[in-house]
Design a protein around this ligand. Structure first.
Ligand code: ADP
Length: 689
């Protein structure tokens, strides 16, 4: 079972030689397509699922990174806001009413040392003219008196807003070029003071980022101030690495008088297939899933192969069960028939449905034996083991005929080694019995033939031995006749007559012996044309002798102008004599009170009795009828069997010899009941041409 057709599913080795090249039928193609389609669908679904899960996991991670970045940005914005607020407050605190210029300068210088983000602090009067100004010690001077008059628009804008609000206000950022090249992005803070006038702080935006935002924010990412339209003002931190993906978060820092955007660009290595544990886990599970699928496919393939093998085995078993001529039947432990094969159904003539119907008695049990069979079944179900060599039983066909069967029974054991019932095999032995009967009959015939042969031998011997005394009787008789002389009268005449009869009978006895001798020796028999009247006349004296003793009346009827019969005269006379004797003996019984008539009749016949067919030859029919006891059916069956007799002194050879003699002449011997009683024996002989 190594070779399989290639449609068992995915993964079958195409190199395996195919055992059967069955043409692809439409149904087979369809089932093949269905199977492949299902597998394809499953593979596509699993792939879609895996891609979706990996994509979702990646997206989840991106969202997480984005969310962290947004959080960091929001923190930075709030840091910046509170930093700006604190700075404004400390600037405001640097001025108290009545303060001298020199005194403020000291305070401002101290403040500038503390706040690196400031480039310059100015004290201006109500008309924005500078009163006093201090520059940061950390930088070379960028802003000077020349550029910072009362007309300077940025400061004017901020202070106008501050005055309107009565609180610190900012100017939009502006670019201040440096003489040696480059420049600084600057934003003005204007704080109105109680004594009238303003305190102005110039923020370097770049330094504000450095000082007011936590240093962790700039690690691995770029932080920048941009304008509302996205124009980058100042930037800080790591620049983008190649092969990385950028995450951007920007938030508005809404300051009074000015609006700034804080933008944070974070870098992450991208694109990453396993960005984090979750994705890795999902991927691992997906791989496991695919592996399980592959294993499942293999298992399915093995199952299909097993299924096919099983189907093959089943088909083989069914073909075997259907082809055997032995009847098979399975019964469960309750005695119900659970299986029958076609041979069994044919044997008993019932359909499987009729046999498996839930009945107390099986339909093929002969009614008269049903009780006995029920007991036998009960014994079997109780665990009684059947004989190993089987046993004989009689079953009944649906048409009611009985037939002998040979039964072999064995326990039915299932896969768990538990007995679930009984399995029986049946052989119809009726044909076997018939053959046995035939052989017994032929055996009997053989034995009879052997005995007949012995009788033949004895007859030869007897005929040989009797010839001498018979010849002696004949010569004594003729001697006596010679002594008596030719003209005898009175008592002497009577004696001469008797001696003459003795001589005749001795001669006849000699002829019979010779005929029988020839017959037994199967010599060429002498066939001659003999008139029927002559045959009857030859036996009549002997028949009359016995008839007189038994009180039988003899009637002889011969048709006119009968042709001569072509026969062995002596043997046919013996046949007639034998039939006449049997007929008279049949009438010789004390019960037979009616008339005793023996009728001998010869007539023309149309056909031979045996074949019943006309063959163009002319035939003569001899019949011997009696009014005796008749022949019963049992006697009739064995009438012509050698050595069968109902008489104590009988040999049982007469009729069998008669038939042999008639059949050797080409005729037939038969018998039928006579009316009103008795029997008629008839035989046919060919007429002379
Ligand atoms: P046998 O005369 O020695 O008994 P047969 O072969 O002549 O042997 O006859 C066999 C048997 O046939 C007889 O025993 C007798 O029972 C029966 N039988 C023969 N002829 C007649 C008959 N005409 N009527 C009744 N029974 C007869």
């Amino acid at each position: 079972m190594s070779a399989l057709p290639s449609d068992v599913g995915p993964g079958v080795d195409p190199e395996v030689p195919q055992r059967r090249q069955a043409p692809l039928s439409f149904a087979r193609l369809r089932s093949l397509w269905q199977r492949w389609f299902l597998w394809l669908l499953l593979a596509v679904l699993v792939s879609v699922l895996l891609v979706t899960v990996v994509w979702l996991a990646g997206r989840h991670e991106v969202e997480q990174v984005q969310a962290a970045l947004d959080r960091d940005t929001a923190d930075a914005v709030s840091d910046l806001r509170s930093g700006f607020q604190r700075n404004a407050q400390s600037l405001r605190a640097s001025q108290v009413p009545g303060m001298q210029r020199a005194q403020w300068s000291d305070t401002a210088a101290a403040l500038l040392r503390e706040h690196r983000e400031w480039l310059r602090l100015e004290w201006r009067d109500a008309s924005l003219r500078p009163v006093e100004a201090v520059n940061t010690p950390y930088r070379m001077r960028i802003l000077d008196e020349a550029t910072r008059g009362p007309e300077q628009s940025d400061v004017a804008l901020a202070c106008a807003a501050a005055r309107k609000l009565g609180a610190p206000a900012y100017s939009p950022s502006h670019y201040v070029p440096i003489s040696g090249g480059g420049g600084v992005e600057v934003m003005e803070l204007c704080v109105p003071i109680d004594a009238g006038g303003y305190l102005v702080a110039s923020y370097s935006l770049r330094d504000a980022l450095i000082e007011l935002v936590g240093p962790t924010l700039t690690r691995g990412q770029e932080v920048a101030f941009t304008e509302a339209d996205g124009t980058r003002l100042v930037a800080l931190g790591t620049s983008r690495r190649t092969g990385t993906r950028v995450f951007t978060s920007q938030q508005l820092i809404d300051l009074p008088g000015a609006a700034l955007m804080l933008r944070v660009d974070g870098w992450r290595a991208a694109p990453d297939l396993f960005p984090n544990m979750l994705t890795a886990l999902v991927t691992a599970i997906s791989i496991a899933l695919v592996s399980v699928l592959v294993l499942l496919a293999r298992d399915t393939r093995r199952r299909l192969r097993a299924e096919r093998d099983l189907a093959d085995a089943l088909a083989f078993r069914k073909a075997m069960e259907d082809s055997v001529i032995t009847g098979l039947r399975a019964r469960d432990l309750q005695g119900r028939i659970t299986y029958v094969n076609p041979a069994f159904c044919e044997m008993v003539g019932f359909s499987p449905e009729e046999l498996m119907a839930d009945a107390a008695e099986a339909p093929y049990w002969p009614t008269e034996l049903a009780h006995e069979y029920q007991q036998r079944q009960a014994r079997r179900l109780a665990g009684g083991m059947p004989p190993r060599e089987g046993f004989e039983s009689v079953f009944m066909r649906k048409d009611g005929t009985r037939f002998p069967v040979l039964i072999f029974e064995a326990p039915l054991i299932n896969a768990h080694r538990v007995q679930t019932g009984w399995m029986s095999a049946f052989i119809d032995v009726s044909e076997q019995r018939r053959i046995e009967e035939l052989s017994r009959a032929s055996q009997e015939r053989l034995q009879a033939s052997a005995r007949l042969a012995t009788v033949g031998e004895m007859a030869s011997l007897l005929s040989h031995e009797l010839t001498q005394p018979l010849a002696a009787i004949a010569s004594y008789a003729s001697g006596s006749l010679n002594l008596l002389g030719p003209n005898t009268t009175g008592d002497q005449g009577e004696v001469a007559m008797a001696v003459k009869r003795i001589a005749e009978q001795a001669d006849r006895a000699g002829q019979v012996i010779r005929s029988v001798h020839d017959f037994v020796r199967r010599r060429d028999r002498t066939r001659e044309a003999v008139a029927p009247q002559a045959l009857i006349d030859a036996i009549l004296p002997l028949v009359r002798l016995q008839a007189r003793k038994l009180g039988v009346i003899i009637e002889v009827v011969l048709e006119d102008r009968l042709p001569a019969a072509m026969c062995d005269r002596t043997l046919v006379e013996q046949v007639l004599l034998n039939l006449a004797r049997n007929a008279m003996q049949a009438m010789d019984s004390p019960d037979n009170i009616g008339s005793r008539v023996l009728r001998l009749r010869v007539a023309r016949a149309v056909a031979v009795g045996g074949t019943g067919q006309e063959d163009g030859r002319r035939w003569l029919e001899f019949s011997v009828a009696d009014l005796g006891c008749g022949i019963s059916e049992e006697v009739a069956e064995r009438l012509f069997t050698p050595f069968f007799t109902t008489r104590a002194d009988g040999m049982g050879l007469g009729l069998s010899l008669c038939r042999t003699v008639v059949e050797q002449h080409g005729g037939a011997l038969m018998f039928e009941p006579n009316r009103p009683r008795g029997t008629v024996f008839r035989f046919t002989l060919p007429a002379a041409a």
